[in-house]
Design a protein around this ligand. Structure first.
Ligand SMILES: C/C=C/C(=O)SCCNC(=O)CCNC(=O)[C@H](O)C(C)(C)COP(=O)(O)OP(=O)(O)OC[C@H]1O[C@@H](n2cnc3c(N)ncnc32)[C@H](O)[C@@H]1OP(=O)(O)O
Length: 267
């Protein structure tokens, strides 16, 4: 892990923070590398059941670093598909969707440009009401290209999105919530995000991971593949140890005790 991103894991929740507070967590090459490393690492941690993503200091993320902007961009090879369907710059946003567990973004201060695309990669987004937001790329003569167009599908009305993208106009978190870009407004977004993460961490981790796979299928697949994927997930879960524990704990009105890292095989 580099000095741009920290990960603290406790009780099944990974608290992931951008730590470049003096520059509003702007995305310089080290931040891009830190985010990619964090996603890679989280993807291999069976004990993680949910992720909370936030920024230290005054802002969530102020977008592409100005020095990078002056130098012509992120410096990453945008034409290469180095991370599955994504390039290295896109992966810092799309990678959260590809993680096997839910990701909750806790947003405050500023979320602009690449910072807004970054929060768009989360499953659930909690924002402080005073957060300043903008899809800022056309202001700098660019297009949003960090996965935004793939991630915004299904979250926001087409004409609203077009206006935000074409104008680069700043908008409030309350507007974003009304448009479907933000889930909750909260004066303490990190505490609210952690509370949601704790609820998720209290469910069968195999079922939650199965649901995350199904959401990916819902996003990208056709009806036939979605229906088949639901059946595959359910057949694997039924009668598996963590599913049996869910039932027994609920019947006995006690907290369930789940085992991480031993998912039932899917066929
Ligand atoms: C493909 C992707 C493209 C994109 O991401 S396009 C979007 C690029 N980002 C932006 O356009 C935002 C640029 N920043 C600003 O407009 C302003 O900042 C804010 C509105 C975000 C905040 O303004 P205020 O509250 O007055 O703070 P402050 O004094 O301007 O910033 C505090 C410190 O943070 C540094 N900083 C802010 N944004 C960036 C950035 N994007 N890259 C590098 N540094 C940034 C500043 O320079 C300064 O630092 P110091 O105190 O050392 O002067």
């Amino acid at each position: 892990m580099n000095d741009r991103v920290s990960i603290t894991v406790a009780d099944g929740i990974a608290d992931v923070r951008l730590t470049r507070a003096d520059k509003m967590n702007a995305l310089d090459p080290a931040m891009f590398a830190g985010l990619r490393d964090a996603i890679d690492r989280l993807g291999t941690m069976p004990e993680v059941r949910a992720v909370v993503l936030s920024g230290e200091g005054r802002a969530f993320c102020a977008g592409l670093d100005m020095a990078s902007m002056a130098g012509g961009g992120s410096g990453l090879k945008l034409s290469e598909r180095s991370r599955g369907l994504s390039n290295d710059a896109q992966f810092v946003c799309t990678g959260w969707r590809e993680l096997p567990v839910p990701v909750i973004a806790a947003v405050h201060g500023v979320a602009m440009g690449g910072g807004f695309q970054l929060l768009s990669g989360a499953d659930i987004r909690v924002a402080h009401p005073d957060t300043r937001m903008a899809i800022r790329e056309t202001y700098w003569g660019l297009v949003p290209d960090m996965g935004g167009f793939a991630l915004w599908r299904g979250t926001v009305r087409d004409d609203i999105l077009r206006e935000l993208v074409y104008t680069s106009r700043e908008f409030s978190a309350a507007q974003a919530q009304g448009w479907g870009l933000v889930t909750h407004l909260d004066d303490d977004p990190h505490a609210r995000a952690m509370a949601i993460a704790r609820e998720i961490a209290g469910r069968n981790p195999d079922a939650v991971r199965g649901c995350k796979r199904l959401f990916a299928e819902m996003h990208d697949g056709d009806t036939a593949s979605i229906l088949l994927a639901e059946s595959v997930e359910q057949v694997a879960l039924m009668g598996s140890p963590n599913q049996v524990e869910s039932v027994q704990a609920n019947m006995a009105r006690r907290a369930p005790v789940f085992v991480d890292g031993n998912p039932p095989p899917r066929s």
